[in-house]
Design a protein around this ligand. Sequence first.
Ligand code: F6P
Ligand code: MN
Length: 280
Amino acid sequence: MRDIFEAIQRSSIRIKKAIDVKDIGYSQEQNSSGETQLQLDIQCDMIIEEEFSRVASIHTIASEEKEHAVELHDSGKYYIAYDPLDGSSLVDVNLSVGSIYGIYEKSFSGTHLVAACYVVFGPRVEMVFAHNKTKLHLLQGDHWEFVKEIRLNNKGKLNAPGGTQQHWAPYHKTLIDGLFQEGYRLRYSGGMVPDLHQILLKGGGLFSYPATADKPNGKLRLLFEVFPFAFIFEKSGGHAIDGVTRILERPVAHVHDTAPCFFGSEYEIERVRDVYTSNQ
Ligand code: F6P
Ligand code: MN
């Protein structure tokens, strides 16, 4: 596991540099010297693949940027699913973005997840790695420093409601409005990594991305986005459900499967479970 942790650290330093210098402009295919430009998220995907291919314990990788999983080392035992640059459309408005990693043993399924990690590229670069505990690290120059362990309170103050309101179920709207009426404050940037990072570091709250009329299976992807954060929330004393069931128990049929998801501390997730159980 140590070698994977260090490969993520190396990748993140390279991704940070790519974000800092990259020309922005999705339609630009060539830079001023006529070289072909890669989209930033493709470039980040290549950086991670390159670093992971040096780690013998990694059997297979699956990336949000790749259609299919890729086998790296036949004798490895870890299967890693990653989103190289989540929220990459926020780079051109200079909001925080992040990478997400799920480290699975022997196969890609929620119950085989053994560690998870995300890296936030904001004003500072921070890495949260959960194995037995959830630990926060900060990039200082070219080295990483351990900062602290992350633990959620039983109840938070932040509410990050995803999905288009126009398409929310009425009971979902009642749930979200109810939290605001209790004093919860709105925090939603549109980047899953910074939005969940804020909830984790401020002690709790609710992040939701429900099933909606236009997206009946939600938007967020199980292997690269939902499972890794579910693991991190559980290891930090919080919970992650699909409305009714613990999300890590949801079966996965395809690499890019999505699911509705709710992450939060004890109190908020109980509220979600009550509402969703009685509306099934
Ligand atoms: O990867 C999908 C993503 O960009 C997440 O980072 C984010 O939480 C979500 O989409 C935002 O979706 P929406 O714009 O529908 O609220
Ligand atoms: Mn993403």
